[in-house]
Design a protein around this ligand. Structure first.
Ligand SMILES: Nc1ncnc2c1ncn2[C@@H]1O[C@H](COP(=O)(O)OP(=O)(O)OP(=O)(O)O)[C@@H](O)[C@H]1O
Length: 268
């Protein structure tokens, strides 16, 4: 039986803002997710996706508003760091350990919130399963510093899975992966049952793998709902200035985004 599957937890952001040097990067975002749901966090470059994930993970504190996790909801700011790290895991866009570590050692970092002293049999089993799920078992003794971008991304996922999180936060998790690994990665994530929020640029992947979607633009939430509700040609035109059709995939019962080209300035 898997040690990593989870029932998932609910999460909610209530009027969350983040300001730096008098610039409001995130502006009053209210958004929530149900246990086990996979939410795509969408929006153009600089719209605030990474910032939102950093607030949800507790890496940054909101300037105003609050974040709650669990049922009954618990304020994130009141959780001890160890409890928080057992509850949620973040895979950053450009993760770097800065240390001379092997792949196994990087994945073992995910066990720190669970460990008392020495690694137990369970720690070894979870690390091993996390590496299998992320398809990095063959890299186990390699030096982290020598890995390719896609390999690093999969190792960071294994490290996050080794935390046995109930909430998984992924910042552009597929940007270094080839097509096979993109599909494989998101299929595996879905099968775990862990509540997931993934910042994605690829609308096709969002449509194919996510239950819900939330769109940020200029630090504000401009649309949220199920993927079917959010991913419309109007949304793609308004937010990305791209002319696209959204159809049912002929063989898979999911929406399918097909773009035709850019919308020229002044054409709308
Ligand atoms: N520490 C900071 N100081 C100043 N500006 C910041 C800081 N962090 C983020 N920003 C700015 O806030 C905005 C949102 O950044 P963020 O990284 O959250 O966007 P994003 O939607 O994840 O972008 P991308 O799709 O390009 O990764 C950007 O304009 C960014 O330059």
């Amino acid at each position: 039986m898997s040690c990593i599957t989870s029932a998932g937890v609910a999460w909610a952001a209530h009027g969350v803002s983040w300001t730096v040097d008098d610039t409001t990067v995130l502006d009053g975002v209210t958004l929530s997710g149900e246990p086990g749901r996979v939410t795509a966090l969408l929006g153009p470059n600089g719209s605030g996706k990474t910032t939102f994930l950093s607030l949800l993970s507790g890496v940054r504190k909101p300037s105003t508003g609050r974040i709650e996790v669990g049922d009954p909801p618990r304020p994130l700011r009141r959780m001890r760091p160890r409890t928080r790290a057992r509850t949620l895991a973040l895979v950053e866009q450009h993760a770097d350990t800065g240390l001379q570590l092997t792949v196994r050692q990087v994945v073992e970092l995910g066990r720190i919130p669970h460990r008392r002293r020495d690694a137990t049999h369970e720690d070894h089993s979870v690390v091993s399963e996390a590496m299998q799920l992320a398809e990095v078992s063959h890299l186990v003794d390699r030096s982290w510093a020598t890995l390719s971008g896609g390999e690093r991304q999969r190792v960071q996922l294994a490290r996050a899975l080794a935390q046995q999180p109930s909430l998984l936060l992924l910042d552009e998790p597929t940007n270094h992966l080839d097509l096979h690994h993109q599909i494989d990665f998101l299929t595996r994530i879905r099968s775990l049952g862990v509540t997931t929020i993934a910042a994605l640029h690829d609308l096709e992947l969002a449509a194919a793998f996510c239950d819900d979607a939330a769109v940020l633009e200029g630090g504000r939430l401009v649309r949220s709902g199920t993927v079917d509700e959010v991913l419309t040609p109007e949304l793609v035109a308004d937010v990305y200035r791209v002319d696209a059709d959204v159809e049912r995939h002929p063989r898979v019962a999911r929406p399918h985004v097909r773009w035709a080209g850019l919308i020229e300035e002044g054409a709308r």
